[in-house]
Design a protein around this ligand. Structure first.
Ligand code: ZN
Length: 95
């Protein structure tokens, strides 16, 4: 059986087609406390999770991290739509 590989859209790590990116998963596991991050840092991380159509880590992990970056629980549907993400991003900017 041949395993094909691809490049993570977020961090450019080469990974197997059918796996979540271990580099991004490790980054998620060691994520920083948003209270110790600047607005620019929180925005940059927020944007980084949405570079691909499908997240390189699970949707639930992305939603959990977005909630941390925004500072309150978020609805997964809001994270999954362009309009929802625009509003959440605006919250980070204006906080
Ligand atoms: Zn990655």
């Amino acid at each position: 059986m041949t395993t094909t590989s691809r490049i993570c859209t977020r961090c450019q790590t080469q990974i197997a087609d059918d796996e979540q990116c271990p580099t991004c998963l490790a980054e998620f596991a060691t994520r920083r406390d948003p209270r110790e991050m600047t607005t620019a840092e929180r925005l940059a991380e927020f944007d980084s999770w949405f570079l691909a159509d499908l997240p390189e880590i699970s949707n639930s992990r992305v939603a959990a991290r977005v909630a941390e970056l925004v500072g309150h629980p978020v609805h997964p549907l809001d994270v999954g739509t362009r309009e929802g993400r625009r509003d959440l991003r605006h919250e980070i900017v204006s906080r």
